[in-house]
Design a protein around this ligand. Structure first.
Ligand code: N01
Length: 543
């Protein structure tokens, strides 16, 4: 409750620490490492029982990264990137979690992390410019700086299904999967949601279950991942010039090294285009979208790529009616996050898989045995898997009761959409940093690159604050308002605003319709962040 933070304030003396970091995912772990090098005291508070963040929670069958392993990894330590061996082109969740644990061990991180400790409230005290932090365990802390490293897709979202309490089977959410895994052998399973998570889980559950019903509201575009083992030659090639490749990746809009087409999709003839799409489809992965630079800018260009994928779905799925239901027609390809799959569309050729189209016949309620649709169809299922996504970008911050200057609550400030300067800080909440916060490139890029850049910037900022003996830093309202307008204007130039998506908050009833990430690309953004710092933190108030 809101009273929580105020109640016990005077009872115990809080532990006093220079920097408190919330979250021990990839952002929190690197932040901890960097803060230590500043010689400050630091503590990480983490809700989970281990490190890894999103890769700790998302243990659903088929969970895998869609950025290649050689790139979806830290670049800050050459020693680390040389010694770690990735086994697959796209690492499965288990391997990424093992990597996170390896990093924690190598840099001796765990001694400064409190696990199973959820931050519930944080309040800024003007008198001493410090944050007072309260955890669900009743722990109280005081820190000069507070860093939210709480992730962009870390609060699972479950739809309200009437009567779910009457359902007698098991309910799982992909974003909060049981640690010991789930064995669906012999079960009839219902899976709701066909985003990245649902598309990855579907083929794996289908292999195990007696029968799988996939409840689809919106069909999605998906490209085959073509995952494969990493050959020793490929690994050696990467490791030979790892640092140059990392530098080159940082010059790409997405922070991902990929072959990028240079001409408009409409400048080349149809045959050339088809060949190029075919080549990328066969190469696999989301780099498909890098075929032409205008795919997310020009609807006609976009349609050429969308039409190609639609044809593929028709070719793969044998039942024409099922193929038609799986075919997206309501949004430009890539305007919702494009998916990468392993045998997703093929899975609908299996006898034990049924696609249920919720657009024509929506879920009405849960019954004891399973789900019932508005059309009166009942589906008896032993387990229900919700692959229904996340309260993206703002969810984890919103869950903490954060009070800034004058007791103003962050949730109230952000009620019409998040307001940040550079996605890093928000006015009225001094010394509160957000790693890959709303208004930064974050989810549109390689998250690890975005995280490293932000953590480096925040570390330098904290170091600057210490060296000039300043008490507080926060954005000026004007700079923040300008940035919010820039983020919206950049998004409006693209087709990204043409879909109902979590990028726009559309997946959560009542969430403001605001584009949540900066689409201008990582290099331009990073240059701006560096410039701002070099000019004495232009747009920030340092006191
Ligand atoms: O979630 P989503 P996700 N009734 O929001 C449906 C990253 N990620 O967990 O489109 C019925 O994309 C919803 O339908 P609709 C990646 O950035 C990456 O799959 O709203 N259906 C949709 O189909 C990704 O974008 C990886 O009509 C309902 C689905 O649930 C992000 O995480 C892997 C419903 C939700 O899709 C989120 O992906 C996994 C309802 N009431 C995730 N409510 C990789 O690296 C929602 N849905 C590969």
């Amino acid at each position: 409750t809101d009273a929580g933070i105020h109640a016990d304030r005077e009872r115990t003396v809080p532990e006093s620490i220079d920097v408190i970091i919330v979250g021990a995912g990839f952002a929190g772990m690197y932040m901890l490492h960097r803060v230590r090098s500043l010689g400050l005291s630091v503590l990480v508070l983490e809700a989970g029982g281990g490190v890894g963040g999103t890769w700790y929670w998302n243990r659903y069958p088929g969970a895998r990264c869609d950025v290649e392993s050689m790139q979806y990894s830290y670049s800050f330590s050459d020693d680390l990137q040389q010694e770690w061996k990735w086994r697959e082109r796209f690492a499965p969740q288990s391997e990424i979690l093992a990597y996170a644990n390896h990093v924690a061990q190598k840099f001796d991180l765990v001694r400064d992390i409190r696990f199973e400790t959820r931050v519930v409230a944080a309040e800024f005290h003007e008198a001493d410019s410090r944050w007072q932090i309260v955890t669900d365990k009743g722990g109280r802390f005081s820190s000069k700086f507070l860093v939210m490293a709480t992730g962009c897709l870390s609060v699972p979202l479950a739809p309200k299904i009437n009567g779910l309490e009457n359902y007698r089977g098991n309910v799982y959410h992909t974003g909060n999967w049981p640690q010991k895994g789930v064995d669906f052998t012999g079960q009839t399973v219902g899976l709701v949601g066909t985003g990245s998570s649902g598309i990855q889980a579907t083929p794996e559950i289908a292999k195990q279950a007696k029968h799988l019903f996939v409840f689809q509201r919106s069909p999605n575009f998906s490209i085959p991942a073509r995952n494969c083992p990493i050959s020793p030659e490929y690994e050696a090639e990467w490791k030979r010039d790892y640092s140059d490749r990392r530098k080159a990746a940082r010059l790409a809009v997405s922070g991902i090294l990929a072959q990028r087409g240079q001409s408009s999709a409409l400048e080349v003839d149809e045959e050339t285009r088809s060949k190029e799409y075919e080549r990328r489809w066969n190469a696999g992965g989301t780099n498909f979208m890098a075929a032409y630079p205008d795919l997310l800018l020009n609807p006609d260009a976009n349609e050429t790529a969308a039409a190609f994928v639609r044809t593929k779905i028709k070719e793969i799925v044998k039942d024409a009616a099922v193929a038609a239901r799986l075919t997206p027609t309501d949004h430009p390809i890539g305007s919702k996050r494009i998916c990468a799959d392993t045998q997703y569309y093929d899975t609908f050729n299996r006898e034990n898989v049924t696609l249920v189209d919720l657009r024509t016949d929506p879920i009405e309620c849960a019954i004891e045995e399973g789900l019932r649709t508005a059309g009166g169809h009942s589906f008896a299922v032993d387990s229900l898997v919700l692959a229904t996504g996340f309260d993206a970008m703002t969810g984890a911050i919103d869950k903490v009761q954060i009070f800034g200057r004058n007791g103003r609550r962050l949730r109230d400030k952000w009620q019409d959409g998040p307001k940040t300067y550079l996605g890093l800080m928000t006015a009225g909440f001094p010394n509160l940093f957000i790693v890959t916060g709303p208004g930064s490139p974050s989810v549109l890029t390689n998250m690890i690159v975005a995280i490293e850049d932000h953590v480096d910037w925040i570390s330098k900022c904290i170091s600057h604050m210490v060296s000039v003996k300043a008490n507080s830093i926060e954005p000026k309202e004007l700079a923040e308002n300008e940035w919010v307008a820039t983020v919206a204007a950049e998004a409006a130039k693209t087709l990204m605003v043409k879909a109902k998506s979590w990028y726009l908050g559309d997946n959560k009833p009542g969430k403001p319709h605001v584009f949540l990430a900066y689409v201008g690309g990582l290099p331009k953004y990073q240059e701006l962040c560096d410039q701002v710092a070099a000019e004495g933190y232009r747009g920030f108030e340092i006191a």
